[in-house]
Unconditional design. Structure first.
Length: 357
């Protein structure tokens, strides 16, 4: 008997949960302004997240998917991408979207059930938030194929949860990406839960990263709460794809320190000891400790950042709350270029009822 193939799955961490460096500083991290930008976007995103939950709780917004505890993944994606790349997000990617030019008020509008939230005023080529799990992976493969076909040095970056990697759409997307060496990076936010389904009941695979091996390309794990690891590894994978060296799958290990969405109550299924254990590993506090120790950040910087973030979020909330209400017909009009016959009828009924309401 002979071994015909062998593979490794690596794990990368630069900053441990106490904010201490593990080994050498990664190359990008010698740039102090990059470090500050990453810290600021994570703090802004957390401020936004808290406010968005409050808006839902007070009846001013529909369901909302929090990002609490997973900010480092999304912050790194937005920071590592170039403007000409295309981001294909799922519904927990705000830090990346903000850096890509999406307004906070647009994200609020999206969760407020207003389709204008997906019509980004920055005119970006990025795709809107995708809720059908893993379907965005196929969209990203398609975008990447277009870049390859046109010979453009551009990259598609797609994000999904670990639960999404059980879907057929995910497997089909990684299959075509591996076969055609597409310029796409798959980033899995492994927050350990798919609503109430824990990671160990999700798949028999030892890691999510190794799913890429079957598709013929590299898969790796990183500490998804370590901003130094997320930014360096995601950036490297994007540049590798840009050079025509094919796709990468990055499994970023994190933890969902919130309900799945505001329609959920995680206390009914997340063991509280597990949550307590995960809390100190969240990404912002360890990075702040590191920045302070390196003398890149101080208490005064922190104070002005907190004020600035609250101000920006308040302005976004006011913008969202002052948006003109959409007519009932918008439910129909945003979904089809041409409405199917049965919906033409339903649209007319909805309009009629709205005038009598
Ligand atoms: C195709 C599809 N099936 C089911 C759902 C319902 N659903 C919404 S979120 C979710 C769990 C997703 O978990 P995961 O992919 O791990 O991402 P997370 O929400 O934890 O970030 C499910 C099953 C959906 N949105 N789309």
């Amino acid at each position: 008997m002979a071994t015909v193939a062998q593979f490794d799955i690596t794990y990368t961490q630069f900053l441990n949960e106490h904010g201490k460096l593990v080994g050498q500083l990664p190359p990008f991290a010698h740039n102090h302004s990059a470090l500050k930008e990453l810290y600021k976007i994570m703090v802004l995103t957390r401020t936004f997240d808290k406010k968005a939950i409050a808006l839902q709780r007070t009846g001013k917004m529909g369901t909302y998917a929090p990002i609490n505890g997973q900010e480092a993944i999304s912050a790194a994606i937005g920071h590592a991408m170039r403007p000409e790349d295309v981001f294909v997000p799922y519904y927990r990617d705000y830090a990346a979207q903000f850096q890509r030019g999406v307004k906070m008020s647009e994200i609020l509008a999206f969760w407020g059930g207003d389709e204008r939230g997906s019509q980004f005023s920055c005119n970006s080529k990025d795709l809107p938030i995708c809720v059908p799990i893993a379907s965005q992976c196929l969209h990203a493969a398609g975008v990447a194929f277009a870049f390859q076909y046109r010979n453009q040095p551009r990259v598609a970056v797609v994000c999904l949860g670990e639960g999404g990697t059980s879907e057929g759409d995910f497997y089909e997307a990684i299959n075509v990406a591996g076969t055609w060496k597409l310029p796409v990076v798959f980033i899995v936010n492994n927050n350990q839960w798919a609503i109430s389904v824990p990671r160990d009941q999700q798949t028999g695979s030892q890691t999510i990263a190794q799913k890429a091996i079957a598709a013929g390309f590299t898969g790796m794990q990183i500490d998804g709460n370590d901003i130094l690891a997320t930014r360096q590894v995601i950036g490297d994978a994007i540049e590798k794809a840009r050079r025509g060296e094919g796709p990468t799958l990055i499994e970023a290990l994190s933890y969902r320190l919130s309900d799945h969405t505001t329609a959920d109550d995680a206390t009914r299924y997340q063991p509280c000891q597990e949550v307590e254990k995960a809390k100190p590993k969240e990404p912002i506090s360890r990075f702040k400790e590191f920045l302070i120790e390196q003398k890149i950040w101080d208490a005064q910087d922190e104070e002005s950042l907190v004020i600035q973030c609250s101000k920006e979020v308040e302005e976004a909330v006011n913008e969202y709350l002052s948006m003109e209400t959409q007519p009932i017909s918008s439910i129909f009009d945003y979904h089809y270029a041409e409405l199917p016959e049965y919906l033409v009828e339903q649209r007319a009924i909805a309009m009629e009822e709205a005038t009598h309401a």
